[in-house]
Design a binder for this molecule. Structure first.
Ligand code: FE2
Length: 163
């Protein structure tokens, strides 16, 4: 079967696949953490945060499939077991019993971590002239930078004290 792997040096391809596999593992943990928050959130912010977490895990599910299929297009099998994901992820598993402020602060930290990895992938893919992976990551980063702006606005404690 022909795939895009023939266009890249094997060392560069393996490096990109390794980084994308870590990103895939992070997305799985991020997805499940968002599910836990969606189910566990309570209190005054419930209606806002319950819906926000659902939007975020829905978009994360779409990225999971896209990243896995990019790895396949590069000629490798994506990690696909929970053991793989727990082994590779850099994120912490979160619980549904956190208070809503912890949830939103931890969510911000997770998105920052994912964004940093995506930027590393852009550097590696640029060096390898892997424009498709670059394009994919740029699109994700634009969305994630916007999420971080919105979350920062939401948790702006200084502003809350003035209102
Ligand atoms: Fe739901």
């Amino acid at each position: 079967m022909e795939n895009t792997s023939q266009f890249f040096a094997s060392e560069e391809r393996e490096h990109i696949v390794s980084l994308l596999s870590t990103l895939l593992a992070d997305y799985h943990i991020h997805y499940q953490n968002l599910k836990a928050y969606h189910w566990g959130v309570r209190g005054a912010g419930f209606f806002t945060l319950h819906g926000l977490f659902e939007r975020y895990y829905t978009s994360t599910a779409s990225r999971i499939d896209d990243v896995a299929e990019r790895i396949l297009s590069l000629g490798a099998m994506p990690p696909h077991t929970y053991e793989d994901y727990m082994d590779k992820t850099r994120l912490m598993v979160r619980g549904a019993n956190e208070c809503s402020w912890e949830m939103i602060k931890n969510l911000k930290t997770e998105i920052e971590s994912i964004l940093a990895l995506s930027r590393t992938i852009i550097c590696a893919a640029t060096q390898a002239h892997d424009d498709v992976t670059v394009d994919m990551m740029v699109g994700y980063n634009a969305e994630d930078e916007k999420k971080l702006w919105m979350i920062s606005a939401y948790i702006d404690a200084e502003h809350q004290h003035k209102c």
